[in-house]
Design a protein around this ligand. Structure first.
Ligand code: H2U
Ligand code: ZN
Length: 348
């Protein structure tokens, strides 16, 4: 008997220092709920009311060019601004600081109907190349310390528009999630003389049970410490700190693995699978960061079907995260999903 598959336990997140409660015995209880599908609405390739489609008008009167591959613009409702009054506020326990930043939107394709799971590898590789360029450009701005690229997919995750796109925020400070991952990676390198995520990848490829899919340059796996039911971590095999360091071949391999992973996600409940995904890369603004191994996190909220999601409430909100289905069984379910998108399957 493997207690990791049978008994309640806690797992340590080597990347953040957090713990997650795993309750494998609970999944043995009968589930009588329905497994629903969401009728996949097929959208048109061009939507006259979409603010991201080529040639259309955005808020504030800006008009998108008739772009044919990727298109980047400054967010018209940017959360952070590049030129703000600099201040430091302190009053007893109350502290605040000004924060400079830039927010951009990157359209992946002129085709409104596409998703990462249904784009071609070649077209997605152009997105990966643009991510690298954005990292270079934004990190050369003197005040920028972090470039955060992220995609919210689906209404459940707050995406405002189905047109394939992501956001890019460049911030003056290093956000909390980055800071704690940098600390664990730095401590590991100091203690063991090796990169934490290189070592983790070696261990996971040897074990194989949490790997979902892979190619020559990247591996997608359900981390041992996953919190969300079908959370995954996408890692380059080569020790790389940021997207600007990828070769053309690696950009294509990244595109290939992102497409295959998101196809498996969509196939899991035969519905467009919502998620927030994003990259953690080395800090901007110079300096050596040998401990940082770039990666992407996928955080999808769904649990049992296209409509039944996991809620981070109760103990999770007040104590810490918990899950029932084990990361190993999540990986095995994602492995069992094919890589032909259900909408492209014969008879779909
Ligand atoms: P999300 O789907 O992740 O919300 O990203 C879309 C972004 O597009 C959102 O941040 C911006 C919103 O501020 N936006 C514009 O910049 N211009 C518009 O005309 C509408 C939306
Ligand atoms: Zn559109």
């Amino acid at each position: 008997m493997n207690p990791l598959n049978e008994s309640p336990h806690r797992r340590y997140n080597a990347l953040t220092g957090d713990w997650v409660i795993v309750s494998p015995h609970r999944t043995q209880r009968p589930w009588q709920g329905q497994v629903e599908r969401l009728a996949p609405g097929r959208s048109p390739s061009y939507d006259a009311s979409c603010y991201l489609c080529p040639g259309n008008e955005r808020a504030g009167g800006h008009r998108n060019p008739s772009y044919t591959s990727t298109f980047v613009f400054d967010n018209d409702f940017a959360a952070l601004l590049p030129h703000t009054q600099s201040f430091d506020f302190e009053c007893g326990l109350l502290r605040a600081r000004s924060e400079q930043g830039l927010c951009r939107v990157l359209c992946f394709s002129p085709d409104h109907s596409l998703t990462v799971s249904r784009m071609s590898d070649a077209a997605l590789a152009l997105v990966a190349a643009e991510w690298g360029r954005q990292f270079t450009e934004l990190s050369s701005i003197p005040f920028v310390r972090t470039v955060q690229i992220f995609e919210n997919r689906g209404q459940m995750m707050g995406a405002s528009n189905p047109h394939p796109h992501c956001q890019i925020w460049a911030t003056e400070s290093i956000p909390f999630e980055h800071t704690r991952e940098f600390e664990t990676q730095q401590a590991h390198l100091r203690q063991h003389g090796a990169c934490l995520l290189c070592t983790y990848l070696t261990q996971e490829t040897a074990a194989a049970e949490r790997i979902v899919c892979e190619n020559d340059s990247f591996v997608a796996l359900v981390p041992f410490w996953a919190v969300w039911p079908f959370e995954t971590l996408l890692l380059p095999r080569r020790h790389t700190g940021s997207l600007d360091q990828l070769s053309a071949n690696e950009q294509l391999d990244l595109a290939n693995l992102m497409r295959r992973l998101t196809t498996r996600y969509d196939n899991l409940f035969e519905s467009p699978f919502p998620y927030t995904m994003g990259f953690h890369q080395r800090p901007a603004g110079g300096g050596e960061h040998p401990h940082v191994h770039m990666h992407a996190h996928y955080y999808p909220p769904l649990l049992r079907s296209a409509t039944v999601r996991k809620f981070m409430v109760g103990f999770e909100m007040l104590g810490g995260p918990a899950r029932d289905i084990t990361p190993e069984s999540a990986a095995s379910r994602l492995r069992a999903c094919g890589e032909t998108h259900f909408l492209d399957a014969p008879g779909a």
